[in-house]
Write a protein that binds this ligand. Structure first.
Ligand SMILES: [Zn+2]
Length: 274
């Protein structure tokens, strides 16, 4: 039934979603086998700009047809870390955190490659949709809220760009034909945390323990009786040790908010499918 309501994303793949296969700001509409079509953009890009595909680094602008094909072949799945931290929510991801995906996420987050936002937002939408479909009780009644995991404040200041919220808004726009969905930045850091990059699992848990708060809990609770935030999905670019998603789930649940689960663009290889 869900697939009938939203068939493009309902098949868990990107091939029919339209966006990644379309021509647009992130590259050509060719297929992975169209190598002859690489010639003129590759040559011009190399000559004028030194441009490289953001995923494979071959000469191209944006995202080359071969990498588009690889993204198209990704299949969303449920995932959990090993070891799995206490309180880790049910989590769907759009694929592995392999080298091309790492380049795309880093290019978007660290170098503000804004042209990647539609592609990565689409992947996040696919993960959200997979999470919703994996639930026995189907789509939630009423509106759904995507809650981005907040970046460490120093990281956002340094970048001047809230990458996760941007992708959440893209994902919400893609999901909206099927479900009433909005994005709310309900979570904030209650104290300063270090950037998680480079920390091992134990250090991440210590860094994040009891670190997140729900913004303005009183008014959130007051409105919960009326409009309220409704059920939420926690969204993030990546799941590694699961410490961040577990902490986000803890904070939201403690504020009386119903967490359906979490969705990410990618999951590290240490994780395995359920
Ligand atoms: Zn490529």
């Amino acid at each position: 039934m869900l697939g009938q309501r939203y068939p493009q994303i309902g098949d868990h793949r990107l091939a029919r979603t339209g966006l990644i296969g379309d021509s647009g700001p992130v590259g050509d509409s060719g297929t992975a086998d169209d190598d002859h079509r690489l010639s003129w953009p590759a040559a011009v890009g190399d000559l004028l700009l030194g441009a490289r595909c953001l995923a494979c680094l071959r000469p191209w602008w944006g995202l080359c047809p071969r990498c588009r094909g690889a993204l198209r072949a990704r299949t969303a799945r449920l995932t959990s870390p090993t070891p799995c931290p206490d309180g880790f929510p049910i989590t769907a991801t759009a694929g592995d955190y392999d080298l091309p995906m790492r380049r795309l996420i880093v290019a978007h987050k660290e170098r503000q490659a804004l042209a990647l936002a539609p592609v990565l937002g689409e992947l996040l939408a696919v993960a959200c949709w997979h999470l919703l479909r994996s639930r026995d009780d189907g789509l939630p009644a009423g509106s759904l809220t995507l809650v981005p995991v907040p970046s460490a404040r120093a990281a956002v200041r340094g970048r001047g760009y809230d990458a996760t919220t941007t992708l959440a808004r893209r994902a919400a726009a893609r999901l909206r034909p099927a479900v009433a969905v909005r994005v709310r930045r309900l979570l904030r850091h209650g104290r300063s945390v270090h950037d998680q990059a480079g920390l091992d699992a134990a250090a991440r848990r210590r860094n994040l323990a009891d670190s997140l708060r729900v913004r303005d809990v009183a008014s959130t609770r007051a409105t919960a009786a009326t409009a309220g935030p409704g059920p939420v999905i926690i969204v993030d670019d990546l799941v590694t040790t699961g410490a961040t998603l577990a902490e986000a789930d803890r904070a939201l649940t403690a504020a009386g908010i119903t967490v359906l689960g979490a969705a990410t663009i990618a999951a590290t290889r240490k994780l395995h499918a359920n």
